[in-house]
Design a protein around this ligand. Structure first.
Ligand SMILES: C[S@@+](CC[C@H](N)C(=O)[O-])C[C@H]1O[C@@H](n2cnc3c(N)ncnc32)[C@H](O)[C@@H]1O
Length: 334
């Protein structure tokens, strides 16, 4: 088995900051339950899971949800059955028919042959769905997502594919490594963070919203389509499906939705990650919430401690911002 949960390229992933975040949470917060309400790759949940009895993981993307179920769902799975399925997908390319993936993305986001294979595997997962339990089904889809994402002809997201370059056949279907955690309650959600805030009670809530106007559902649309497998009508040069899960945190309303979220949380500690790309040259990289507004919303709930760290963040393309700082705001709810 090959992929760990962090083995993917993801804008805003806290992989490189995880030890710093973890240390600050350990030092400043106490509790038995932890909620990762904008979980993204799930790396923060993965790091924190050992220390808590109850973990809540949420993100509104379909692909992220299937990945959390694959890695964290507390259900048995039959590895041999999964490996057999993978072995049976290895057919000679002439015997594989054209499909949604090869027709639309062939020679663009992946080589034409790789698209044929990826689309064919996804069709087979659906065809044999009844032979798998939920965990196994999610493991297969998550494995396909990681295997495809690893070789995509992109800079790490699907806002565009790289042009003018020969795309080699590289696809290898490999399994993710699901994790077993004893005696834990793990709740996985795929809903809007502000709605979830109304439903949960939890000791520590970790908040890592999008920072700028780049919508995750548009950046990762191919992973969403590969997960949903709903044959969408694609438009534009980037071949995107109709818009869905557009986040208010990427709009000018960000400040208000953030304040609404903070005001609704039923918890003892609120931990917020944010960064200072306020002066970014590119408009789409500019922060949607001002530092002062974050502090103001948090101070309405209690005493706020602010920690910062210099950090070279993942920037798919040219770096237009030098003095990047990552902030962690920890609020002890009064
Ligand atoms: C900065 S990323 C989180 C990164 C994550 N902490 C990690 O280390 O990988 C923000 C995430 O919030 C999700 N998101 C954006 N708006 C949301 C909303 N309103 N409700 C739930 N999830 C949302 C996006 O899909 C994205 O995965």
């Amino acid at each position: 088995m090959s992929f760990d949960i962090w083995n993917r390229r993801y804008t805003g992933s806290k992989l490189k900051l995880i030890d710093w975040i973890d240390e600050l949470i350990n030092k400043n917060c106490k509790g038995k339950s932890f909620c990762d309400i904008f979980a993204g790759t799930g790396i923060v949940s993965f790091k924190e899971i050992e220390k808590f009895d109850h973990i809540i993981i949420n993100d509104f993307l379909y692909s992220n949800n299937v990945i959390y179920n694959a890695f964290f769902l507390q259900e048995n799975y039959d590895l041999e059955k999964l490996q057999n399925f993978i072995n049976n997908t290895r057919k000679s390319i002439e015997n594989i028919q054209d499909n949604f993936f090869s027709i639309n993305y062939g020679g663009k986001y992946f080589s034409y042959n790789d698209c044929k294979i990826i689309g064919n595997i996804r069709n087979d997962i659906e065809k044999y769905k009844n032979e798998f339990n939920k965990k196994e089904y999610c493991i297969l889809i998550a494995s396909l997502l990681y295997s495809a994402d690893k070789i995509s002809n992109t800079v790490g997201h699907y806002d565009a594919y790289i042009k003018g370059k020969e795309i080699k056949d590289k696809f290898i279907f490999e399994l993710i490594k699901p994790y077993i955690f004893e005696n834990k309650i793990i709740d996985i959600y795929r809903i809007d963070s502000n709605k979830l805030a109304e439903q949960i009670k939890c000791d520590i809530v970790y908040i890592d919203p999008p920072y700028n106007s780049r919508q995750y559902s548009r950046f990762y649309h191919i992973l969403e389509t590969l997960t949903k497998w709903d044959n969408p009508k694609l438009t534009g040069e980037a071949l995107k499906p109709p818009g869905e899960n557009m986040s208010n945190y990427c709009r000018s309303s960000a400040k208000n939705v953030f304040d609404d979220l903070i005001s609704k949380l039923n918890c003892k500690y609120i931990v917020v990650s944010y960064n200072n790309t306020y002066n970014s040259k590119s408009k789409s990289s500019k922060n949607k919430i001002e530092y002062e507004d974050i502090v103001k919303s948090l101070q309405n709930r209690g005493e706020v401690d602010i920690f910062s760290k210099k950090h070279q963040f993942f920037n798919a393309g040219k770096t237009d911002f030098q003095d990047h700082k990552e902030f962690l705001f920890i609020t002890k709810v009064g």
